[in-house]
Ligand binder design. Structure first.
Ligand SMILES: CC(C)(COP(=O)(O)OP(=O)(O)OC[C@H]1O[C@@H](n2cnc3c(N)ncnc32)[C@H](O)[C@@H]1OP(=O)(O)O)[C@@H](O)C(=O)NCCC(=O)NCCS
Length: 176
């Protein structure tokens, strides 16, 4: 990423939502008109990347969700207990302002979402994403997400791998 680093923080009232401009009108509108209501009703949490004190360069939302065991690929299902569903965290929306695309910010927001989901005390098996189209699905596959066999725009990434990476990083930090 070039220039000043972005600050990744929960959305708050001081942030300027009105000027946010990604390629996706529905994702712009959601941030401008809907997200504060969803936060108030506790149906979504929203995190933003700030470029400056109030300029939103990108955002994503998280909420709890569940995955039907029957929807998962066979190879994944075999490793899980036979409950009808497994808990998940859904990243319902992710968008980067056009001025900041192609600089690694989308990847950084995704990493931040994975880290928050893996750190949460309430267990979730995977981070689940709803890609808005094939290009978005390709972005998630590029980052290791796996598509549901019957629904290729819904993808997931198991969180256990993220947790193991963090545990390894923490213990190597403690050693030195
Ligand atoms: C998709 C989006 C979030 C990507 O953000 P970005 O900041 O431009 O992406 P980054 O610069 O972080 O790209 C990170 C990596 O993903 C890759 N990538 C980006 N878009 C990709 C795509 N459509 N398909 C495959 N790989 C892609 C980049 O090449 C880069 O790879 P590298 O790390 O190996 O160099 C952004 O383009 C966007 O907001 N689009 C409109 C809304 C949208 O599609 N949201 C998706 C969720 S519905």
């Amino acid at each position: 990423m070039s220039g000043e680093p972005f600050k990744l923080v929960p959305l708050d009232a001081r942030h300027d939502r009105a000027t946010f401009n990604s390629d996706s009108e529905p994702l712009n509108r959601y941030l401008q008109q809907q997200v504060t209501q969803d936060i108030r009703r506790r149906v979504a949490a929203c995190f933003v990347a700030l470029a400056g004190p109030s300029r939103i360069a990108g955002y994503y939302t998280l909420a709890s969700a569940s995955l039907l065991l029957a929807d998962l690929p066979d190879s994944t299902r075999k490793k899980l207990p036979r409950y009808p569903t497994v808990p998940a965290v859904r990243m319902g929306r992710l968008a980067v302002d056009q001025a900041y695309q192609g600089q690694g910010l989308g990847g950084a927001l995704l990493a931040d979402a994975l880290d928050r989901a893996a750190r949460a005390e309430i267990a979730a098996y995977a981070l689940l994403v709803d890609a808005k189209d094939d290009a978005a699905a390709a972005f998630y596959r590029h980052h290791g997400f796996i598509a549901l066999p019957d629904s290729p725009l819904t993808l997931f990434l198991p969180l256990a791998t993220i947790q193991l990476t963090r545990i390894a990083a923490n213990s190597s930090g403690a050693d030195h």
